[in-house]
Design a protein around this ligand. Structure first.
Ligand SMILES: Cc1ncc(C[n+]2csc(CCOP(=O)(O)OP(=O)(O)O)c2C)c(N)n1
Length: 608
């Protein structure tokens, strides 16, 4: 590696010639491939972003100039260029480099990202702050065509265009979200790409045809129809221009020399500009280029787990065969949530709405109001986006929208922005909402069966997967009823939410209860625990504030139930840990801590 170790800052990179920059970009690619191969991470998106990131750092002066990478999952090259080459080897490991742009990690990271479609709003905020302070730095927001399906991006474009504020938007268009990108805007971008190809094709074809002796004019007529069709696809780039944002496109985002020229030219332009570039997701790695969806995120873990999303795909398909009112909805997370399998069987009843969680929730409300049975499969942290729609459109109207909430609980390597630690709180507080947590795939199947005839808002939350089944076969689902999965002579009652908490607790001698309903609570079972000397320990992969334990505490207080109570869950800090196990240890969600609590309780009771 001739350059990788020598480039420790953007200043080092600026000393290279264009051909050296190209070689450096190749080294960056190889390094990213090696590290992601070991640690996991976003591979295809990063490979596609290497070349234009090199060009950005060549032209601009980071950290004085501010780069905001939308989602931030494509910021690996940026991290390596900005002095984090060695640390990058510990990507996505506790104490190592995080997988998204992160202002707590480096002064070169102008903002922290993780959730989609924020970069334009944040960029405008930084640009306005610059203007107010009378400063002159550049603000560059890098947004993908997938992230551009998120509604917040349009709220920002609306404001940016009207404001006339100077900022640079780099639209990194690879025609992919995690899966193939969807929606009318995506088609529009496709037409812009095609218009560039059309212009080139017209030039080349005409030159070629003119060169032919007699047959030329005939061929020209024969190509007329093709040309007409192509012309129809040719659209003006007016959308952005009409909004007041100067548009430059379409450029090859892998051509470092061309990118540098372009960026040098627009660097000093006034007002907002958008540079539309095309890139190839997975560029430089054949397998990733051929299958960018599979290589969007690479999981390096060899741990065998049962995935709840597999159950979702299979069971929803089965239910849909019996009930034609069932529809599946995804916000750009088809494969992650298991809906791909459902779509294969029922393409007409499956809707991928793009990265648009708020829209997805309200659209589900519409479907439910018209008598359909929507299942919105979504990751816990992304559903946070749709809170008001859940409240205003679904719950106030008491509409039977089913939320299948994946990646709930501790998330591990994706880090703080992706933790699913708030859904129990923000869902349980809502009137009309019922919240469930399955303890294994079998129970999720039963819950899904049961849910199809349930006529109010409903959420079923679960992590990505689990290693071992909690042995007992699960009994039938009865509204608001918990299940005892282990009995003991001890006066210790552990009430745990979901598989992973039950797994921890089953190592301990206790009466173990699976809180399959987080809301409503099983009052009958709690009443039975009423006795001096008993201890109830609640366990949840959720923030304690507003979580399951807190509602148990309220119930026990309100009903004068005599017993000790200890609530285990996530404390009042954002969980920065990049490993599920470490985060459990940090929060005392371990068998060891349970034993300690039980021991201290017994000691106290003996002495009293
Ligand atoms: C609010 C939200 N929903 C979903 C996601 C999951 N997600 C991460 S990257 C991505 C696709 C982004 O596509 P694009 O912006 O085109 O970037 P690319 O990976 O194609 O480079 C999605 C859906 C997210 N980060 N945030």
């Amino acid at each position: 590696m001739a350059y990788l170790e020598k480039i420790n800052s953007p200043a080092d990179l600026k000393k290279l010639s264009i051909s050296e920059l190209k070689s450096y970009a190749e080294e960056l690619r190889q390094y990213i491939i090696t590290v992601v191969g070991k640690n996991g991470g976003h591979l295809a998106s990063n490979l596609g972003a290497v070349d234009f990131t090199v060009a950005l750092h060549y032209v601009f002066d980071c950290p004085r100039d501010k780069f905001i990478f939308d989602v931030g999952h494509q910021s690996y090259a940026h991290k390596i260029i900005t002095g984090r080459m060695a640390e990058f080897a510990r990507l996505r490991q506790d104490g190592g480099i995080t997988g998204f742009e992160n202002m707590r990690e480096s002064e070169y990271d102008a903002f922290s990202t993780g959730h989609s479609s924020t970069s334009l709003s944040v960029g405008l905020g930084l640009a306005r702050a610059r203007d107010l302070a009378g400063d002159r730095y550049n603000v560059v927001s890098v947004i993908g065509d997938g992230a551009l399906t998120g509604g917040m991006a349009y709220e920002a474009l609306n404001d940016i265009g009207a404001s006339g504020t100077k900022m640079i938007i780099v639209l990194n268009d690879n025609a992919m979200s995690i899966s193939k990108n969807v929606g009318a805007i995506s088609s529009y971008l496709g037409k812009l790409r095609l218009s560039k190809k059309y212009k080139k094709l017209k030039r080349v074809t005409k030159q070629g045809i003119d060169g032919l002796p007699i047959i030329g004019p005939y061929v020209l007529r024969a190509t007329e129809r093709i040309k007409m069709w192509l012309k129809k696809q040719l659209v003006s780039n007016k959308m952005f221009e009409q909004l007041g944002i100067k548009y430059y496109g379409v450029f090859d985002g892998h051509n470092i020399g061309e990118m540098i020229n372009l960026l040098e030219q627009i660097k000093n332009s006034k007002g907002p500009v958008i540079i539309h570039i095309t890139t190839h997701k997975g560029s430089g790695l054949y397998e990733a280029e051929m299958n960018p969806e599979k290589y969007h995120g690479v999981d390096a873990s060899t741990e065998q787990i049962h995935k709840f999303s597999d159950v979702v795909g299979e069971k929803l398909t089965e239910l849909a065969a019996r009930d034609d009112k069932i529809v599946g909805v995804s916000a750009a997370m088809m494969s992650g949530t298991g809906l791909n399998a459902f779509r294969q069987a029922y393409p007409d009843r499956c809707f991928d709405v793009g990265i648009a969680e708020q829209h997805a929730v309200a659209m589900c409300a519409g479907l439910a109001a018209a008598g359909y049975k929507p299942y919105f499969a979504v990751y816990s942290s992304f559903l946070q986006r749709g809170f008001d729609q859940i409240l205003h459109d679904v719950c106030i109207n008491n509409l039977p929208v089913r939320f299948l909430i994946d990646r709930a609980g501790a998330i591990g390597a994706d880090g703080v922005t992706h933790q699913g630690l708030f859904d129990l709180g923000y869902l349980s507080m809502l009137p009309n909402m019922t919240v469930l947590a399955p303890r294994n795939g079998e129970e999720l199947r039963k819950m899904l069966d049961w849910s199809s005839e349930f006529n109010s808002p409903l959420a079923i939350r679960y992590p990505k997967g689990y290693k071992d089944d909690i042995v007992l076969p699960s009994s039938e689902i009865v509204y608001g009823k918990w299940e005892t999965v282990a009995r003991s002579a001890e006066k210790v009652y552990v009430i745990a939410v979901g598989n992973r908490m039950l797994s921890v607790a089953k190592e301990v001698d206790c009466n173990l209860i699976s809180a399959r309903f987080v809301k409503p609570l099983d009052g009958e079972m709690l009443n039975e625990i009423n006795a001096e000397g008993n201890i109830v320990i609640t366990m949840e992969e959720n923030a304690l504030r507003g979580g399951f334990g807190e509602s148990v505490r309220t119930y026990l207080c309100e009903h004068g139930i005599r017993c000790d109570l200890k609530c285990l869950g996530f404390d009042d800090r954002f969980c920065e840990s990049l490993s599920v196990n470490t985060s459990f240890e940090q929060q005392g969600l371990t068998a060891e801590n349970l034993r300690k609590i039980i021991f201290e309780h017994k000691l106290l009771n003996k002495n009293s």
